[in-house]
Write a protein that binds this ligand. Structure first.
Ligand SMILES: [Zn+2]
Length: 153
């Protein structure tokens, strides 16, 4: 696999993977390449050397995906993404029972089969959370801060 940094005529820079240099050429000639940001098909290689990645050997470093000139996420975009996450979390929690401080006990009871499995959310101390994870109980931290029902006005 070869990764190329491509640039559209609008100046967006993005990364694309190809099986070979020839595959890139034929896709470009066939008009199959388009900018993922604006859809522009006037795509060319950006003036950076391509990286040849060893197949499946290692994951590309996170830092290498930050291209100079690539659009930085704007605060608005970050806010929108966080709002989406909060929305998804809220939708999940609607189907979930708030169990407050008895979360660890309930989660463990479900894990041990002493209680019917259900979706619950609640509070656990860092110590409790660690023990649950160590014991293989499937728990995950909420992604956005959650206000317990009794603390809402
Ligand atoms: Zn573009």
């Amino acid at each position: 696999m070869i990764v190329f940094d491509l640039r559209c005529s609008g100046g967006h820079i993005f990364e694309a993977w190809f099986g070979s240099s020839a595959a890139y050429e034929s896709q470009r000639a066939g008009g199959l390449l388009a900018c993922p940001i604006c859809g522009d098909a006037g795509v060319e290689k950006a003036v950076m050397a391509p990286n040849v990645a060893a197949k499946g050997n290692r994951r590309p470093e996170l830092a290498t995906s930050q291209k100079p000139g690539a659009a930085e996420p704007t605060p608005e975009l970050v806010k929108a993404v966080l709002a989406k996450i909060a929305e998804a979390q809220a939708a999940t929690l609607e189907k979930s029972e708030w169990v407050g401080g008895s979360f660890a006990t309930r989660a463990r009871a479900m894990h041990d089969g002493d209680e019917a499995s259900a979706l619950i959310h609640g509070q656990a101390t860092p110590q409790e959370a660690r023990e649950l994870v160590e014991d293989g109980v499937s728990v995950m931290p909420l992604l956005v801060p959650f206000v317990p029902p009794e603390k809402r006005n």
